[in-house]
Write a protein of this length. Structure first.
Length: 137
């Protein structure tokens, strides 16, 4: 299993909306960055993803799971980009703010810090465990 971080602006698509989509999940679409799209293509069914509220909040708020591997993104007229389907798993007991992540030296290598505009990024298993602990799960 691999671990990822997915960013969404909560006024566009929030964790609460994701939770309401139920077991059928929802399409994670609209990714137009080639590096982020490459990351979507590497995702496998069962992979876990942190759900990160960007711009408003700047914090990890929950976990979602990939339930359908990449397929053509219907919102992309060019036919070059892909989407995956994810379902809600859980909310963090305590959101993990970007400021806290930046203060933790063990997390200084994360793309969340180094490439802050990237919307889909891998998370190594050690960092996954640290971030879960920070979120009290």
């Amino acid at each position: 299993m691999r671990y990822w971080l997915l960013k969404s602006e909560p006024d566009v698509w929030s964790l609460d909306q994701q939770q309401k989509s139920g077991v059928k999940g929802t399409q994670w679409d609209g990714v137009r960055n080639y590096q982020a799209a490459k990351n979507l293509k590497m995702m496998k069914t069962g992979d876990q993803c942190f759900f990160y509220h960007s711009n408003i909040g700047k914090e990890i708020v929950g976990v979602v799971e990939v339930i359908k591997e990449h397929y053509l993104d219907k919102t992309d007229k060019s036919g070059r980009f892909v989407a995956v389907t994810v379902k809600f798993v859980k909310k963090l007991n305590k959101p993990v703010k970007l400021e806290e992540i930046k203060k933790n030296k063990e997390l200084s290598h994360l793309l969340l810090i180094k490439q802050s505009r990237l919307s889909v990024m891998p998370i190594d298993s050690k960092s996954w465990k640290i971030l879960n602990k920070m979120g009290n799960i």
